[in-house]
Design a protein. Sequence first.
Length: 388
Amino acid sequence: MNLPPFLLDRWLEQKQTANPPIDFDLGSSTGPVWTLRELLALSRGNELDNLLDTRVLYTAAAGTASLRDAIAALHGVEPAEVQVVTGASEALLILCFLAKEQYANVVLPNPGFPANVALAESFGIEVRLYELRAEHDFQIDPSEIARLIDGNTKFVLVNSPHNPTGAVITADEMRTLHDLCVVRGAQLVSDEVYHPIYHGPEIPTAAHLPHATVISDFSKALCLSGLRIGWMIDRDAARRERYQIARNYFTITGNVIGEHLATFALAHSDAIYAHARRVASANLELLDTLFARYEGLLRWIRPRGGMTAFPWLTSGADTRDFCRRLVRSGVLMVPGDCFGQPHHFRLGFAASGAQFSNALVRFAEFLDKESRHAPRASDRVPTAQPRA
């Protein structure tokens, strides 16, 4: 079994190795970073003492009872319906592992998180892609997804708010997909790592849908990627049993310190989400100004949720060289070929926090230089590209 190089992570590794160094990280998809000191400061009690008194041993394979209680309360479900995992990445690994059967297929978004396609194909599962097109504001087409589902479809994956485009699936669309999957006998998996960060009306979690599987983690909306903790919510007891068995083999349990901190963080999730919303909203307004100023060079679809945007060059050019030149100016963004979409690039607008305004000054200086040498702009909206 061979996995292809993970282009996205390979590119982001430049944060530690670039020479000259990266001054501004606008490539990462996470939120504003918290230090451990800042996190513990949310408590008025003796949380540090509680952490120091934690017994460093194995936790339960499904997660500690206190963490499952907190996750269940967040989504309005029962604690028994929660399976803790090592980030949403382990949830996706488990789903692909369990989907492996002869002639099996899965339905995934394009663009989407690159690991999803690679993992499914490494298990010999056929991947069927539905397109999120810039000319349609990156919105899903439920009828297109319906055409891809057949009797061998193991699951349909949706991601809302979406990485990298920032598109959002409405409650009505999610219900339509849920009911469709029930009728067709496929599992609906809703990746909600950016929920509840919205730049417009808030959409309810799919956890209220009786046959949906929800996956999420602490890396995006909760801004604590270093904890490496995620979760799965599923009302189907038989599926949960299969998840726990897989985890028994893959990672055995989580880490007890991380689960302790995760439980503490969820007790203060309102403060963490509020901070993420403030930063993302303020920085998104700055992007409004920048894209208006450089509309002859850049185009975008304003994100409706999450912390990333997926702009393109008006020339229609491949963005890898553009992003390489930008790195040399000290600003990191991600070329779209990391997502199989070479005419786009990903711009993260929350990880840099209060430094974002300074980053945009540097980016604007770069764009001023680019505009003097740019080919004549077209009004071309890039169409969805076949996955490389």
